[in-house]
Design a protein around this ligand. Structure first.
Ligand SMILES: Nc1nc2c(ncn2[C@@H]2O[C@H](COP(=O)(O)OP(=O)(O)OP(=O)(O)O)[C@@H](O)[C@H]2O)c(=O)[nH]1
Ligand SMILES: [Mg+2]
Ligand SMILES: [Zn+2]
Length: 307
């Protein structure tokens, strides 16, 4: 494939309407006429070859694809093959993710326990590395920050307090993002996902929005998932904020999404293999942890929706 100057492999950075913005890989063997100087010149605006669309191959941001018929003057091409993917984060939809950072804030918008937890559970559905970023630390008292960092630890997550306003923690965040191949920032609208990336990647000029109303909610400023290069074959994704992620999993598998239960089941087993960790005889799971109530509610909702 790489012997032909019009056929290349690349990664999908963004999808807009029926167009796929693909960053070509393999800088060393690119043709001279492409006269590449920076990342932007590696970007090709692609359509999907009909046969691929007909086979029902949905191409997502983060997918590796093969491109043919490249016009280096117009920076246009056609995707003819979707390479196998390692994983797919369903919401926000991003393929081949290696780390999910759930971004939250304590104020503006205020911390919402159920919502925060749902973002974490959604990320856990793809069996990925997950951690928490608490942004807008400038707006919180230090005791509030400590309480939230401790809470995240009790839920089983590493967390980092950062602020775009005063720079707290941003070097560490950038280091963590660069260390992984494809990092995704997700979380409620208005918590500052785009602001963080705008600060960390000043050449990209990423659009950020205002907050609205008394509750200081976000205005759903970011509309599309977009990958930004942060090094050689290293990317970070900005994603649209949303409010209530859905959990789509069978009731018997729900406990995999809770590190609080997972860690307990590493050292102890319940009497019955299909134990749902409610009040079953011989259940060894300790129920004295903050999100247990949410676990039970979700379980009930799932069981009821099956009936
Ligand atoms: N005080 C304070 N405000 C911040 C900080 N980071 C972002 N903001 C503000 O929060 C508002 C929302 O920021 P965005 O970056 O657009 O939020 P987002 O998470 O990308 O929102 P969506 O794209 O809607 O999902 C803007 O007014 C920012 O200026 C911070 O660390 N401290
Ligand atoms: Mg945004
Ligand atoms: Zn049990």
């Amino acid at each position: 494939m790489f012997g032909d100057l019009n056929n290349f492999q690349g990664i999908v950075l963004a999808i807009k309407a029926n167009y796929y913005i693909v960053q070509i890989e393999g800088l060393g063997i690119l043709p001279l006429e492409a006269s590449l100087k920076n990342h932007n010149e590696l970007k090709i605006l692609c359509t999907l070859r009909r046969s691929l669309a007909h086979r029902g191959s949905f191409v997502n941001v983060g997918d590796y694809v093969c491109i043919e018929s490249i016009d280096w003057n117009l920076h246009r091409g056609v995707i003819f093959k979707l390479n196998p993917r390692r994983n797919l984060l369903f919401r926000p939809p991003v393929a081949n993710v290696t780390h999910v950072f759930v971004v939250l804030s304590i104020h503006s918008p205020g911390f919402d326990l159920e919502q925060a937890s749902r973002f974490l559970l959604t990320a856990e559905q793809s069996y990925l590395n997950v951690s928490v970023i608490i942004n807008k630390s400038d707006l919180a008292l230090s005791k509030e920050l400590d309480a939230h960092l401790n809470r995240m630890q009790s839920w089983g997550y590493k967390s980092l307090a950062v602020s775009v306003k005063n720079g707290q923690g941003l070097d560490i965040l950038m280091e963590q993002i660069r260390r992984t191949r494809l990092a995704v920032l997700c979380g409620p609208s208005g918590v500052g996902k785009s602001s963080l990336l705008n600060y960390l990647l000043p050449n990209e000029s990423i659009h950020i929005g205002d907050l609205s109303g008394k509750l200081k909610r976000g205005k759903h400023t970011t509309r599309h998932v977009q990958l930004y290069p942060v090094g050689v074959d290293r990317f970070v994704a900005d994603t649209p904020g949303f409010n209530r992620p859905d959990i789509k999993i069978k009731p018997k598998d729900l406990h995999y999404l809770f590190p609080e239960i997972r860690s307990q089941l590493q050292t102890a087993t319940c009497k019955f293999r299909d134990c749902l960790h409610r009040d079953e005889p011989g259940c060894t799971v300790d129920k004295n942890w903050e999100r247990y109530t949410q676990y039970r509610q979700l379980l009930n909702q799932m069981i009821n929706s099956l009936c």
